[in-house]
Design a binder for this molecule. Structure first.
Ligand SMILES: *Cc1c(COP(=O)(O)O)cnc(C)c1O
Length: 393
């Protein structure tokens, strides 16, 4: 309403929390002998593995690299199909394409935006190798339902848990629920290493394969076993440089200790939003399943009916103009030009995803946000939706 309410400092939809102990941890490593391939990498991997209750954790330099490592580990190759949800960040599908595979898009449940197990069966062909489930916004997928589909059809189950570090399913942490789980530590995610990622698995062969893949495909034990000369090494499968540095991992270990407290704060913020939207018919928060302990990487609402995307556009513009930097996560992946042109996908493929894409808006949520910030967003969103719905009427 009043132009005077524009914030001096815009509220982002997410942001990192960095404290003096994080800076000290990074500085210690910068002054040490190891900037990369040193002890802080192994330390972060072992701390992370125990945090998510997984046997192995392989640290890499992005969430995208983590997903690519997972696709390599399960042997995705030309002609293979992998089922992914229509709504996610593009990297969820891109990692299949990197390996020469074809991403096949499943529709989502419009109440949660999680992959809809009921839509998966019809997509399975003799070429299907895996499902990548995305814990959208920080809520775990229905892993029991997904596991039984995968068992029946002999498919690998991979989780894109880039949103869900710190979440759990029936009390079991994300990172321990699937054959492989990928995490991201980009600053907008719930904990950060600047850029960074991790793959967790209980399978020692997968872990070994991914360690090679992140380091050009260099076979680690070649020297001891086969070579008589010290300088020689062997490459049997092509890999990449997906290594992460020691100072990034020191930041990761420091952040990980504080993650549970941050997730608690994210949950409080989400509760504060949800309770204030209860009376408002234009604003519907996404549903929370009874099995999940949600990590709220995102707080997403659906606006209006979906028949009128003008509502969302109006509200988006208005909130942005007063310094509330809302966002939209995400356009259905197959609608991007690359996917239409390369794979022949078209609008109409996943009707729920397309309709809900016209409604969704991600509101600010990050641990250092105050209750007053939350109330400011609520007030402005209520005003913006009231105006937008009266324009629409
Ligand atoms: C952030 C994100 C990724 C990619 O992570 P990066 O670290 O940015 O490479 C993949 N999938 C989802 C769902 C994400 O949110």
């Amino acid at each position: 309403m009043n132009e005077g309410s524009r914030r001096a400092k815009p509220l982002p939809y997410g942001r990192q929390t960095i404290a003096a102990d994080d800076i000290a941890a990074v500085t210690r490593v910068l002054q040490s002998d190891w900037l990369t391939c040193g002890p802080s990498v192994a330390e972060f991997e072992s701390n992370f593995a125990s945090f998510v209750d997984s046997k192995h954790a392989v640290a890499v330099n992005s969430g995208t690299a983590a997903l690519h490592c997972a696709m390599h580990a399960i042997g995705i190759t030309a002609g293979d199909e992998v089922i992914v949800p229509a709504i996610s960040f593009a990297a969820t599908a891109n990692c299949v394409v990197y390996q020469g595979g074809r991403p096949v898009f499943s529709d989502v449940d419009p109440r949660t935006l999680l992959i809809d197990p009921a839509d998966i069966e019809r997509l399975i062909t003799p070429k299907t190798r895996a499902i990548i489930a995305v814990d959208y916004a920080g809520q775990p997928c229905d892993y029991d339902a997904l596991r039984s589909i995968c068992d029946e059809h002999r498919l690998w189950l991979v989780a894109d848990a880039c949103h869900s570090v710190g979440a759990s399913y029936h009390g079991r942490p994300c990172g321990s629920l699937t054959d492989l789980t990928a995490f991201s530590f980009h600053p907008v995610k719930s904990m950060t290493t600047g850029e960074g990622g991790m793959v967790t698995t209980d399978n020692p062969e997968f872990s070994q394969k991914m360690r090679q893949f992140r380091n050009h495909g260099i076979v680690q034990d070649f020297r001891q076993r086969e070579s008589v000369v010290q300088w020689e090494y062997d490459i049997r499968e092509i890999g990449f440089n997906y290594r992460i540095s020691d100072f990034q991992c020191a930041l990761g270990t420091s952040q990980l200790q504080k993650l549970p407290g941050w997730i608690d704060r994210r949950r409080q913020i989400a509760e504060r939003y949800t309770s204030q939207f209860a009376e408002c018919r234009h604003i519907q928060p996404l549903a929370v399943q009874s099995y999940s302990e949600h990590a709220y990487h995102l707080y997403v609402v659906r606006l209006g009916s979906g028949q009128s995307p003008a509502m969302r556009a109006n509200v988006f513009q208005r909130l942005r103009s007063i310094g509330i930097n809302v966002n939209v996560h995400y356009r259905p992946i197959y609608l991007h030009s690359f996917y239409r042109e390369r794979f022949g996908y078209n609008a109409g493929l996943c009707p729920n995803a397309e309709s809900v894409y016209g409604q969704i808006l991600s509101l600010p949520v990050f641990p250092s946000m105050t209750d007053a910030d939350v109330d400011f967003v609520v007030e402005e969103l209520l005003a913006a939706t009231a105006t937008a719905s009266s324009i629409a009427a």
